[in-house]
Design a protein around this ligand. Structure first.
Ligand SMILES: [Fe+2]
Length: 190
């Protein structure tokens, strides 16, 4: 059998989505596929997928389906580049290709409801260090809240991010103002 590649990964993801309505089931079934992709034929990754930006981490589209049910990006994090604190509004599966991706988790502790846009209070949670080959995932309702980035001053991080929707924006949190707001995020086309 030929080596596992992007085509097989996308096909498996589609099948898992068809079979599993529950987001937690989706990520449980797709996480092993992401692991196989990280260890398989990575010839689908081209120079354009490794584009970086000195201003902020770069999002390079690899695959976005027409139905809006699936999108895959290569994210390139230069030293010191981080997301804001955010949630996703969907499930996702992340795999690390290169470098050490760090995730810092948060928990919402106010009584205003998890979707309220003001009066937000967050408690800091734990930290996860993800080395090449590692796979992590998240589910919505309630949304996982975190920030992700590259704390290593000496090298870039490259990671694959699969989402259960076309990922064009997310909610970000500002601890200083106690707010949660939607922001659009851009990406480089493939
Ligand atoms: Fe995230």
């Amino acid at each position: 059998m030929s080596e596992y590649d992007l085509g097989r990964f996308v096909k498996e993801c589609r099948e898992r989505i068809e079979e599993n309505e529950c987001p937690a089931d989706c990520v449980e079934k797709i996480a092993p596929s992401m692991s196989r992709l990280l260890n398989g034929d990575k010839s689908f990754l081209e120079a354009r997928h490794y584009r970086s930006d000195t201003e902020h981490y770069a999002r390079n589209a690899i695959y976005i389906d027409d139905a809006g049910e699936l999108s895959l990006f290569a994210l390139v994090w230069l030293p010191g580049q981080w997301t804001p604190i955010h949630d996703h509004g969907t499930w996702g599966v992340v795999g690390v290709l290169e470098g050490m991706l760090e995730e810092r988790s948060y928990m919402r502790t106010d009584a205003n409801g998890r979707k309220a846009l003001s009066g937000v209070e967050l408690a800091r949670g734990g930290v996860i260090m993800l080395s090449p080959g590692a796979v992590t995932s998240f589910v919505p309702n309630p949304d996982h809240i975190h920030m992700t980035g590259n704390a290593d001053p000496s090298r870039r991080v490259v990671s694959l991010h699969l989402y259960g929707r076309t990922m064009s924006g997310f909610h970000i949190y500002e601890r200083e103002t106690g707010t949660r707001k939607w922001v659009d995020v851009s990406h480089n086309e493939s």
